[in-house]
Design a protein around this ligand. Structure first.
Ligand SMILES: [Zn+2]
Ligand SMILES: [Zn+2]
Length: 275
């Protein structure tokens, strides 16, 4: 039996054409053409067989992904090394509070994973969306499937940026997850107020403050219940914090963040308390 997320792969291959329901996908004709144009070879190593259901990433390349496993911070999901005794929350989460309740990522943002993210985002190679959403769902679905969710919200791009890029990578990752969970993909709740400039020169506190004003509600009706927020990469957590704050203001009771990858310094892998 194919993995659960394969059911939604049709929606995540090809250039992002907006469907009336707000989802992403292609007609079967275009899908067929894509299959004829691209041979079933890995788009990364060009050595091994890989088909479109794998996002054209072969088993060997998929094996090079550094997946995040327990133990990790129960709040932000940052992986710990070694055995944890005492607090299961990292030093950052003990100090700060987030608008989201929990954040998790499937893999560390490096190597194969980061290359696929960059090639999806900047070179518009859509098949990597299939691979990356599959990677995220492999980790996310077991944790999400038994709960009741109101919907999945991708972190919005500013409309100018989205026009330039022609698609929002977070939406491409979120759509198959929403489909697999049988809940709506909601792109109508939050919008990006401004195209945020690079935040790398800002302190962590300033980044969070900056992102709290970068998003605004896109509509007034109230929402309720639990929501899933999706982004491609988690770095400081400030961007998702900004979106989660809007969702909470709209009435969401719980917001759980899922990302494909998490940017990490090797030094971060040391736990705050370790045996
Ligand atoms: Zn390969
Ligand atoms: Zn943490």
């Amino acid at each position: 039996m194919p993995p659960l997320w394969n059911m939604s792969l049709e929606r995540s291959i090809g250039r992002p054409h907006r469907k009336p329901d707000g989802g992403l996908g292609l007609g079967s004709g275009a899908e067929l053409i894509l299959g004829l144009v691209y041979p079933p070879v890995c788009a990364l190593c060009h050595q091994h067989r890989a088909d479109r259901n794998q996002g054209y990433v072969c088993d060997a390349c998929q094996g090079r992904v550094r997946r995040i496993t327990e133990p990790c911070c129960r709040c932000c999901g940052i992986p710990f090394s070694g055995t944890i005794i005492g607090s299961q929350t990292c030093a950052t989460c003990r100090k700060d509070s987030w608008a989201w309740d929990e954040a998790r990522a499937a893999a560390i943002a490096e190597g194969v994973t980061l290359e696929c993210i960059h090639r999806l985002k900047y070179q518009r190679e859509p098949w990597f969306g299939t691979f990356l959403s599959g990677l995220m769902m492999e980790a996310a679905l077991p944790r999400l499937i038994d709960h009741s969710w109101q919907g999945v919200v991708p972190v919005p791009l500013h409309r100018v940026k989205q026009r330039e890029r022609e698609f929002n990578q977070a939406e491409r990752l979120a759509a198959p997850l929403a489909h697999a969970l049988g809940v709506p993909l909601r792109t109508d709740l939050v919008r990006r107020r401004e195209a945020t400039s690079s935040q790398t020169s800002l302190s962590r506190k300033d980044r969070i403050g900056n992102m709290r004003t970068a998003f605004e509600p896109a509509r007034t009706p109230q929402i309720h219940g639990s929501w899933i927020l999706v982004d491609d990469v988690l770095t400081t957590g400030a961007t998702t914090d900004g979106v989660a704050a809007v969702l909470k203001n709209l009435g969401a009771e719980r917001v759980v963040v899922w990302a494909v990858a998490r940017a990490i310094l090797e030094i971060d892998l040391q736990p705050a308390r370790q045996s």
